[in-house]
Each structure stands twice: as structure tokens, then as C-alpha cells.
Design a protein around this ligand. Structure first.
Ligand code: FAD
Length: 302
């Protein structure tokens, strides 16, 4: 109930204006967001690299309404790849297709994604296309597959809460596409997604069983110690080496677990978001864990 209310609020422009203009809530966003400027994300990435963690930088933004905004986002991503190379960071990039104009037209966002992927490939780097709400799943996969025919430096995300995900994993593995597996962060109806957490978790583990022995390098994105434990067991059973996959976690979430995985010799990538359009991302993080809302409210009134 609380989760779906917060996710609904994440779409409210009035609430977004209030939260993003308020000095206290802006400060609180720093728990999950590196900052509003690229320089702050680069500093956060440097700290992660120094601690033995890989990074994925995300310039926050989604559902842009004009071609100009989409092109500005594309240019920002081109700059991110240039900066990663100049700073010699061990980092790739994550983006959302609605930020690159998917709502305007799939063909337009495909052209935009292709130009970013070509820049990534020129540095031997990689672009991960995040997965958004289920209204975008099919179109996102189509665009990724088309861009991938031109360059393999692109991968995408599969959400374990969707019924369709097993088939999508099979289809993506058939073309050798790299996948990030996550549980799924949006509010979805029972017609398309498992409503119960235990079913999402069971499907997550089922998909890990498909991904790890596939021979391709995938990202297992979760902070759930049970999913992490299952992944470690499946890797051992399938004789998949620690270097043949990576765990992924979000900036500011379960830093204790992050350090533990690195100490245990696993590859771990931290997803570092930055930019001014942090409101929907921040709301999804609050929705994931009720205690985060308590943290937010307590700090606000303090
Ligand atoms: C690298 C990365 C990329 C992602 N990309 C996408 C994407 O493209 N599309 C998409 O739909 N979703 C994405 N997600 C979000 C994901 O779908 C989940 O919503 C989120 O990771 C929470 O699920 P969980 O696996 O951590 O398990 P949960 O069962 O939700 O959480 C397990 C435990 O992790 C901790 N935890 C989880 N979330 C938080 C939080 N916000 N704050 C504090 N503690 C927390 C808590 O201790 C919780 O008990 C991504 C997640 C990661 C890590």
C-alpha cells in the first residue's frame, strides 16, 4: 500500500516541484544521489574505484517530452564516456530510453542510443539500458536488439517480477546480450507481474540459474542477502568463476554488504546516479524500503 502510494507520488509533478525546491529534501537526496553535477559523480566513482568497486554512472532523467531535451541527454552521455576515459575510471554508463526520446518515437531513441553506443565502443566501454515500467518493456527490448545488431557494446535489464522475463532472458541469451537482473522497481498490476515477494524472489533465482552458466558476462543486481547467497551457490555448482559475473548495487544502499562482497573477492559494480532530475529515482528508493520513509520524515522535521 505504502509502496504503491510512493510510486504513484513519484509521477506527481506538483509534489516533484515541492520536493526538489526544498533545501532539506535536496540535502536528503544525497543519500542515494551523488550530486547534481557530473563532477560530483566522477568524485563518487573515484572513491568506489579506490575501494575496489566498479561503477555505472547514470545521468538522471526520464520521459522527456521534446527532441531537444532528448538530444541534450544524449550529449550529456557522450560527455560522460569522454570523462570516464579522460579520468581513467573503471566505469560504464546506464541510461533510460525514455530519457532519449522513446515516448517521441522508438526510431528516434534508437538513433540516439546508437550514437552513445558508438562512443562507448570507441573507448571499449559499455552502455546499459535500464528497464522502466512494463508499458516500455517490449519497445526497450526491440530498440536494444536493433542497436546491438550494429554494436555489441550495449546490454539491458530484466526484471524478475515480470511473468514475461524468463522468455525475454532466453531471447536475449540467444543473441549473446549481456543482462542485468533486478527484481523490478515500478508499480505493476497482477496481470503482468508477480504480486507476492516470495514469487518474485523464486523467479529471480530461476533466472540466475539461466544467466550464470550461459557463458556471457551478466550483472546480478540486488541487495538481498538471500539472492546474493543463492547466486554464490549457483555459481559454485555451475563452476562459474568469480570473474565471470558481477554483483551490482545502488549508491548508498547496504554499503556494509558492498564492502563484504569486495572483501570476499567478488566483482561489484555501484550504480551512481547524478543530475537535477533526481525526484522519481529518489521516490523509488523510498518505496523500496519503508524504513527509508521514516528516515526521510525524521530528518525533514529535525
Ligand atoms: C544496480 C541496480 C540497477 C537497477 N536497475 C533497475 C532497472 O533498470 N529497472 C528496475 O525496475 N529496477 C532496477 N533496480 C532496482 C531493483 O529492481 C529493486 O527495486 C531494488 O534493487 C530493490 O530490490 P532488492 O533486490 O535489493 O531486494 P529487496 O527485497 O527489495 O530488498 C532486500 C534488502 O535490501 C535492502 N534494500 C533494498 N532496497 C533498498 C533501499 N532503497 N534502501 C535501503 N535498503 C534497501 C534492504 O535491506 C532490504 O531488506 C536496480 C537495482 C540495482 C541494484
Amino acid at each position: 500500500m505504502l509502496r504503491s502510494t510512493l510510486l504513484k507520488l513519484s509521477e506527481s509533478q506538483g509534489f516533484a516541484r515541492w520536493v526538489t525546491c526544498n533545501r532539506t529534501t535536496r540535502r536528503m537526496s544525497h543519500r542515494f544521489v551523488a550530486g547534481e553535477e557530473l563532477a560530483e559523480a566522477i568524485s563518487a566513482a573515484r572513491v568506489c574505484n579506490d575501494q575496489g568497486m566498479l561503477v555505472s554512472l547514470d545521468y538522471l532523467g526520464e520521459n522527456v517530452l521534446t527532441a531537444e531535451d532528448a538530444q541534450r541527454a544524449r550529449d550529456a552521455y557522450l560527455e560522460v564516456f569522454d570523462r570516464i576515459a579522460a579520468e581513467k575510471l573503471n566505469a560504464n554508463v546506464s541510461c533510460k530510453l525514455t530519457q532519449l526520446g522513446l515516448d517521441l518515437s522508438p526510431e528516434f531513441s534508437e538513433g540516439q542510443a546508437l550514437s552513445i553506443v558508438e562512443r562507448a565502443a570507441s573507448y571499449d566501454n559499455f552502455l546499459r539500458v535500464d528497464m522502466e515500467g512494463s508499458a516500455y518493456t517490449e519497445r526497450t527490448l526491440e530498440v536494444v536488439k536493433k542497436v546491438r545488431q550494429r554494436s555489441p557494446a550495449i546490454g539491458t535489464v530484466i526484471q524478475a517480477y515480470l511473468y514475461r522475463s524468463e522468455q525475454d532472458v532466453q531471447d536475449l541469451l540467444a543473441i549473446g546480450c549481456r543482462i542485468r537482473l533486478c527484481k523490478g522497481a515500478y508499480s505493476e498490476p497482477p496481470q503482468v507481474a508477480f504480486p507476492k515477494k516470495e514469487d518474485v524472489d523464486a523467479n529471480y533465482i530461476k533466472l540466475v540459474r539461466l544467466l550464470l552458466p550461459s557463458g556471457f558476462y551478466h550483472g546480478i543486481a540486488t541487495h538481498d542477502p538471500r539472492m546474493i547467497g543463492a547466486t554464490i551457490r549457483i555459481a559454485a555448482e555451475s563452476k562459474v568463476a568469480k570473474d565471470d559475473f558481477e554483483f551490482q548495487m545502488l549508491y548508498g544502499v547496504r554499503t556494509d554488504l558492498q564492502r563484504q562482497l569486495v572483501r570476499d573477492g567478488y566483482r561489484l559494480r555501484i550504480y551512481i546516479p547524478y543530475g537535477r532530475d533526481w525526484f522519481p529515482y529518489f521516490m523509488r528508493r523510498l518505496a523500496e524500503r519503508p524504513a527509508n520513509l521514516g528516515f526521510f520524515v525524521r530528518n525533514f522535521f529535525r
